[in-house]
Ligand binder design. Sequence first.
Ligand SMILES: *[C@@H]1O[C@H](CO)[C@@H](O)[C@H](O)[C@H]1NC(C)=O
Ligand SMILES: *[C@@H]1O[C@H](CO)[C@@H](O)[C@H](O)[C@H]1NC(C)=O
Ligand SMILES: *[C@@H]1O[C@H](CO)[C@@H](O)[C@H](O)[C@H]1NC(C)=O
Ligand SMILES: *[C@@H]1O[C@H](CO)[C@@H](O)[C@H](O)[C@H]1NC(C)=O
Ligand SMILES: *[C@@H]1O[C@H](CO)[C@@H](O)[C@H](O)[C@H]1NC(C)=O
Ligand SMILES: *[C@@H]1O[C@H](CO)[C@@H](O)[C@H](O)[C@H]1NC(C)=O
Ligand SMILES: *[C@@H]1O[C@H](CO)[C@@H](O)[C@H](O)[C@H]1NC(C)=O
Ligand SMILES: *[C@@H]1O[C@H](CO)[C@@H](O)[C@H](O)[C@H]1NC(C)=O
Ligand SMILES: *[C@@H]1O[C@H](CO)[C@@H](O)[C@H](O)[C@H]1NC(C)=O
Length: 751
Amino acid sequence: MGLPFLKTKFILAILLTFVSTSISSSLPDANFQIAKPNCENRCGNVPIPFPFGATEGCFYNRSFLVTCNETFSPPKAYVTNSTIEITNISLEGQLRVLSYIAKDCYYQNGTRSLHNAPSIRLTWGLSISTANKFTVVGCDTNGFVAGWRFNNKFYRTGCNSYCGSKGDLAEGMCSGLGCCQTSIPKDVWIAELTLQSYDQFKNVWDFNNCSYSFLAEESAFNFTPSSLSSLRNVTSLPMVVDWAVGDGTCVEAQNNMSSYACKSLNSKCKEPDNGYGYRCYCDEGFRGNPYLDGGCQDIDECLDPNNKCEKGCKNIPGNYTCTCPEGYDGDGLKNGRGCIRGESLIFKLVAGIALGFIVLLLGACWLYLELKRRKLITMKQKFFLQNGGLMLQEQLIRRDYSPDTMKIFTSAELKKATNNFHDDRIIGQGGFGTVYKGFLSDNRIVAIKKSKEVDPNQIEQFINEVIVLSQINHKNVVRLFGCCLETQVPLLVYEFINNGTLFEHINNETKAHALSWDKRLTIATEAAGVLAYLHSAASPPIIHRDVKSANILLDNNFTAKVSDFGASRLVPEDQTRLSTMVQGTFGYLDPEYMQTNQLTEKSDVYSYGVVLVELLTGKKALSYERPEKERNLASYFLSRLNQGRLYQVLEDNIVSEGNNEQLMAVAMLAKRCLYVRGEDRPSMKEVAMELEGLRLSRKHYSLQTQPNAEVMESLLFRPMNGFAKGEGNTVGTGGYDSMRDHIQLPMGGGR
Ligand SMILES: *[C@@H]1O[C@H](CO)[C@@H](O)[C@H](O)[C@H]1NC(C)=O
Ligand SMILES: *[C@@H]1O[C@H](CO)[C@@H](O)[C@H](O)[C@H]1NC(C)=O
Ligand SMILES: *[C@@H]1O[C@H](CO)[C@@H](O)[C@H](O)[C@H]1NC(C)=O
Ligand SMILES: *[C@@H]1O[C@H](CO)[C@@H](O)[C@H](O)[C@H]1NC(C)=O
Ligand SMILES: *[C@@H]1O[C@H](CO)[C@@H](O)[C@H](O)[C@H]1NC(C)=O
Ligand SMILES: *[C@@H]1O[C@H](CO)[C@@H](O)[C@H](O)[C@H]1NC(C)=O
Ligand SMILES: *[C@@H]1O[C@H](CO)[C@@H](O)[C@H](O)[C@H]1NC(C)=O
Ligand SMILES: *[C@@H]1O[C@H](CO)[C@@H](O)[C@H](O)[C@H]1NC(C)=O
Ligand SMILES: *[C@@H]1O[C@H](CO)[C@@H](O)[C@H](O)[C@H]1NC(C)=O
């Protein structure tokens, strides 16, 4: 029966122990052990830390006995068997006690009504702190304190306090009027308070009949005039007592570890300013009772919200560290770098490899592009040399090269200008190659001609012509701005003419309608003029080789712009290929040149004749849509002309303009241009002058004005030169007649 009950009790005890230890261990800071095991650690509100103790075996020495009188509520603690009441004990070496006030009071007749003179007698280890002051209150008072310091040294100190009237007293001032104060020496363990009166308060009795003195903390008492009477009811005031252990210094004490009071690890010894012996303190980072074995306990600073760690606070004995958790970088301090999320090792590794790979890839790309670039440069240089770049440069230098007249373009410039030779930019295509529209960086619009292939043997000639052509600044020639020799075939950069070719204007029905005879005549004159100019401008003469309506461009004012001078040289003279053996365009080809392969200015005259016929008839030079006899426009035209049926082939809308004589004259001129023998054909100069004459006379005619005699003379004279060369009466006379007729016409009209 008894056994199970005992067992339950036992288990309960274990449980309770477990709970209590777990509580105390979970709250080590809140109430660490201050007294020896099995010793009372409190007396009422007063803690009793070792070396103090309330019972035998609990104190370090009988001096540290705390007598607890439990008849009071709450119980009161006293120093050993004295009447000195303890209000607090601190392990830093201080006791807070109550000290009694000395009083000396008198009746009005001068006899004492009350007198007490308490003394304080401390035991070994305790001394009165110098934080206390000796204070005397009264208006007829001499107060002093005397006693013993350690080693049997006597001391005495005190002060006199007097005041004549209540008005002398000042609030808060303990300066000799009604109140005086003095310090006490250190190492005092016995103090006796004495009060004396000079006149037994006879002179001040109406407002003061008592003297007071006491040893108390300075802050515990604040003098006011009412203190003179109110202190009478006060028996004690707080006083500080210093305590220390041992007899000698720390070093001496540490010589005998068995008697050394600082029993705890992580504790240190320090000698006090006041008193003898030494005190023990826990090391920084620890707290508890250093006088107990294991009394100093580590402070868990990480529980303190004021610790300096932002993250990763780790408590270590006596201190703590801030370590950033796995995956974080930084010092972990709140006011330091803190913790920043870092990369894991694997991530770093992967990132490193990836970076290396990217660098490698970029390097390879760069190398590839660099090699390609170099190859391109080499190619460009090769083409430049192959295309006669050096020759051209030499020539340009010799001729005082100015970039206005001639520029050697880079292939990059032209690529940019044509959007990398985009198909959108093609404005013309044919046997010769391709023409692109381009926009130069200086806002000029250009036509860039890219030929199909070049005969290397013709390079020198080509360069020469490029230079000559670039220097021609004639309003009826499409200007050559320059060339580019860095490409496989040279690129020629021309002025861009925006109104299309004469061919288009003749063969498009609506456009042809707008192309009046006046315009046609002007175009014919301008084209003839410029051909004549070029035939005479250089030696050997610049021969166009490919005069045709498609090579005469028109601007917005229908000004003729002859293009492609000498450009046909770009086409190799390959003897085996019929199409290229003789240069030019079928329908315009000089029959004599086809036979002899001898190129002269007269070949251009023949081709020009075909253009004249085109202007007259509005028909294509060669068309397989026409019946076989009419296929070649030149022969068809000549046959009709010889049959006297010219008007059948003339363009309808130019016939009606009342200009029959002019049409006839031009037709006759065309006939002469188309003579089979080159010698028989007029020169371009003659053709030009004759047309100019016709044009001027027409102008005069239409304006109904009297022609100027000078003009008349020149008009009459100039065609004569042309006729001198003419062969056959019909032609000569015809030309002459028509000329004369039409010159006379305006005169007649004028009359
Ligand atoms: C306390 O201890 C000291 C030295 O250990 C000794 O001198 C002194 O007499 C002791 N006091 C009492 C009251 O036992
Ligand atoms: C406690 O105090 C009372 C009243 O002052 C006194 O009579 C009594 O003897 C004291 N007891 C002890 C144990 O000192
Ligand atoms: C206290 O006890 C000691 C002896 O232990 C004695 O000498 C002393 O006179 C006592 N003091 C008082 C105030 O009772
Ligand atoms: C006693 O002293 C300690 C420190 O020495 C202090 O924290 C505590 O507040 C004091 N107790 C009283 C009631 O003054
Ligand atoms: C001393 O004076 C106070 C008033 O200040 C008075 O209450 C008290 O009775 C006086 N004492 C004597 C002994 O006359
Ligand atoms: C002084 O007065 C008190 C009471 O007022 C009285 O008891 C005392 O005997 C007187 N002393 C003398 C010397 O008169
Ligand atoms: C002092 O105490 C007595 C009773 O003990 C009381 O009558 C008197 O008013 C008190 N005086 C002061 C100033 O507190
Ligand atoms: C050390 O202290 C113990 C206890 O206080 C004492 O018995 C012993 O004689 C001391 N030894 C020395 C060398 O002072
Ligand atoms: C605790 O550690 C910090 C930083 O390591 C140091 O500055 C400080 O002095 C240490 N405190 C103690 C008590 O060791």
